[in-house]
Design a protein around this ligand. Structure first.
Ligand code: EPS
Length: 392
């Protein structure tokens, strides 16, 4: 089966669940491999009170035995500690006295269209699932993908290069993304990190919230993941869809991104050089993707996140119970979640790359996949004309 995952769970419900299909048998996988990323996702300056309650850790419910994957679906559970405080409002069982419905949809959130679409009169039914809490389960699935990719030398990092008006050059953020874990805002530069924190403080003081931009870099991808032959296989399109599916993401770029539209072709393409009988590139302006495939250079994907829509400075809305003008519903929230979004971005990139990697090299078990990978890498390294088999 194709590598894929789905999630279940409400933000203040009992748990978040990830179900990952298509993971080959024989991959070494420990809870700690996944928990490391869950902890990274919980960090970030500008988070609200919720992260003090949660300590996200997975429990494997299926698919792993004695530290190795079985080829069967991997089920992972992350309990919501906050459920203890929400049980009467979120229990799956019928209740005698339901809580008062929330009827003041927040502009920018899923609230209004969600209520209309699913015929709800209480927007809690929408917000519990549209909450970014769901990304916990995505990061768990991404942790499995990342472990698979690491077996073949693929490493994924991320960095934040803009929060509000505080910015760091994207190229520098991409090249030093390995250092981002040291910063509370995931910016590799200590001075800009402080400026970003000041921006977040100012927004919070103004009872507002801030968005920003982050970059994800995947190093060590073999050339030829994805394909040019069918639109559904194009890797850049699949990466863009995966990144845009993250809550509040409004734009995606690859390499130099929208800048390409402002330059001549000779300033945009990455020239191909001969190097010791192999090929290399003079630059990586296109972010490691040409013709919908990886080209062997680092994959560089960046994204823009809008500010969180739950803000203390409540915006105008309509009370759906009365039809009267009102102010949007307010609840505890983060004032900036861009650092967390960058970690979620890593996870979504890992999922798409793992899917494409297994399409190319097989799905059943790590031994056969390694043999296919080694044979492919040997073929393309033996000839500058990589598409030809050496003996022909
Ligand atoms: C979120 C609102 C906040 C965030 C939450 C996303 O939750 P709460 O309403 O419980 O304070 O903390 O993010 C997480 C819980 C998380 O783990 O990332 C929202 O409305 O999207």
């Amino acid at each position: 089966m194709k590598f894929s995952f789905s999630t279940a769970g409400e933000s203040h419900g009992p748990a978040e669940v990830a179900l990952v299909h298509g993971v080959p048998a024989g991959l070494g996988l420990l809870a700690g491999d996944v928990n490391r990323d869950l902890a990274r996702r919980q960090k970030g300056y500008g988070r609200g009170g919720r992260q003090k309650i949660e300590k996200d850790e997975i429990e494997f419910l299926g698919g792993v035995r004695h530290g190795r994957t079985l080829g069967s679906p991997i089920a992972m559970l992350v309990r919501n500690r906050d459920y203890a405080n929400w049980e009467s409002r979120m229990t799956p069982d019928p209740v005698e006295e339901p809580p008062d419905p929330i009827t003041l949809p927040r502009p920018g959130h899923a609230d209004l269209a969600g209520m209309q679409k699913y015929a709800f009169d209480d927007l809690r039914n929408v917000l519990e699932r549209s909450s970014a809490r769901e990304t916990t389960a995505r990061v768990a699935a991404g942790g499995v993908a990342r472990k698979l990719l690491a077996e073949f030398g693929v490493e994924i990092h991320s960095a934040v290069y803009r929060i509000g008006a505080a910015a760091y050059p994207k190229e520098q953020a991409a090249s030093s993304a390995r250092k981002a874990d040291e910063s509370e805002v995931r910016c590799p530069d200590p001075e800009v990190s402080e400026q970003m924190k000041a921006e977040i403080d100012a927004a919070r003081y103004a009872r507002d919230a801030l968005g920003g931009e982050f970059v994800v870099v995947a190093e060590g991808c073999p050339p030829g993941l994805g394909s040019y032959v069918d639109w559904r296989d194009k890797l850049d399109a699949r990466l863009a869809a995966a990144i845009l599916s993250i809550n509040a993401i409004k734009g995606v770029e690859f390499g130099m991104g929208f800048e390409v539209a402002r330059h001549r072709s000779s300033e945009v393409q990455d020239e191909i050089l001969a190097e010791d009988g192999s090929v290399s590139r003079a630059s990586n302006r296109l972010g490691g993707l040409e013709g919908g495939m990886t080209n062997g250079e680092p994959v560089v994907v960046s994204a823009a996140m809008k500010p969180i829509s739950t803000i203390a400075k409540a915006l105008r809305t309509v009370d759906l119970a009365t039809g009267e003008p009102s102010r949007a519903f307010r609840e505890r929230a983060d004032s900036c979640a861009v650092p967390a979004a960058a970690v979620i971005g890593e996870s979504m990139v890992a999922v798409v790359l793992a899917e494409a990697f297994l399409e190319k090299f097989g799905h059943d078990n790590i031994t056969d996949i390694r043999a296919a990978y080694d044979s492919y890498m040997a073929r393309i390294s033996q000839s500058v004309r990589g598409a030809r088999t050496p003996e022909r």
